[in-house]
Design a protein around this ligand. Structure first.
Ligand SMILES: [Zn+2]
Length: 347
């Protein structure tokens, strides 16, 4: 590629609709809406479409326990749709779809690290960030982003990967996987007090990993401004100190004011601004190497526009759309939270 050309790799797969359960919030219509939105915003011609391969068993076992994978295989052998936990369904085809979702994020990472693309977007489902080393939960079967981060390290020798999770729910699975690991800086921005109830700012990692897990818990209703201030005041200095070689983003869109599962009150404009800041961080710190992977987001309009905005920002079009407008954020004092976070992380 020439120095002026920007290539954004785009990974998705028609099979992502094959994991589905009627009436469930995490249904196949979500990805259909994303595909439709990318087409409507004339973004498909701006992206370089790439075909994902399923993540290999070997790579999955670098992140998940054999017991976890065996349990999914046993569920597959049942040949019918089952619930793995109260809200995580599994259909006969789900394991193959989940492997393809993880493989899509891993493939996006490979494109970016190899220099075949500058940055990448993986529009995938099922989501991954609640899947722990040992178990599926919260609609997630395999931890897509964690698997991709391990690929970056094992296949390409990267020593420092930063994962930023802006899904409204705490990325407990990703935290679990890297909790004792100083090679992955995991930063989760989420609403406190909702599913999965973890993600207190006192959870900062253990052993070698102490200080490499960063939780930014926000009060319900806080809105764009508070969120963006946290990014400026906490995430920027942390990222500069860590000096990542790659930035991976768990991009959920359920922090939007219209989302049915949470109430963080962000707008599409605010979320796009957040993404813009992360892209700028990658630009400053690691040659622009950033991969966005889709996680939650249960209002279809929000999800479609949200992912389209990411695509527009990644390919340098810069224009984002927000037909839904701002929410009604409540005034929140962020001073005490900033103080506590600076103390917890030595900033
Ligand atoms: Zn979520």
């Amino acid at each position: 590629m020439t120095s002026t050309e920007n290539i954004t790799a785009y990974f998705t797969h028609p099979s992502f609709v094959e994991h589905d359960l009627e009436g469930h919030v995490e249904h196949a219509g979500r990805i259909r809406r994303v595909w439709q939105a990318l087409a409507e915003h004339n973004l498909l011609t701006e992206l370089r479409a790439c075909e994902p391969e399923p993540a290999s068993t070997e790579l999955i076992l670098e992140v998940h326990s054999r017991e976890h994978l065996d349990l999914l295989k046993e569920a597959e052998a049942l040949g019918e749709t089952v619930l793995i936990d109260a809200d995580t369904y599994f259909t006969p085809g789900s394991l193959e779809v989940a492997k393809l979702a993880a493989g899509a994020v891993a493939g996006a990472v490979a494109e970016v690290i190899s220099g075949r693309a500058n940055n990448a977007l993986a529009a995938v489902r099922p989501p991954g960030h609640h899947a722990t080393r040992d178990g599926a939960m919260g609609f997630c079967l395999l931890n897509n982003v964690a698997i991709a981060a391990r690929l970056a390290q094992l296949e390409y020798g990267l020593k420092r990967v930063m994962i930023v999770d802006f899904d409204v729910h705490h990325g407990n699975g990703t935290q679990d996987i890297f909790y004792r690991d100083d090679s992955v800086l995991f930063v989760s921005l989420h609403q406190q007090g909702i599913y999965p109830l973890s993600g207190d700012l006192s959870e900062t990692g253990a052993g070698m990993g102490r200080g490499f897990t960063v939780n930014l818990p926000l009060e319900a209703g806080c809105g764009d401004e508070t969120c963006l201030e946290l990014v400026d005041e906490i995430l920027w200095p942390l990222a500069r100190r860590f000096a990542p070689e790659l930035v991976l983003v768990s991009a959920g869109f359920d922090a939007h004011w219209r989302d049915p599962l949470a109430s963080l009150n962000l707008s599409l404009t605010g979320m796009a601004e957040l993404a813009r800041k992360l892209i700028a961080q990658a630009g400053e710190l690691c040659g622009g190497r950033i991969v966005f992977a889709m996680e939650g987001g249960y209002d279809l309009e929000v999800l479609g526009h949200g992912v389209a905005n990411l695509a527009a920002l990644l390919c340098g079009k810069g224009e984002v759309t927000d037909p839904l407008g701002p929410g009604m954020p409540q005034a929140r004092k962020i001073g005490p939270l900033l103080h506590a976070l600076r103390q917890a992380h030595g900033l």
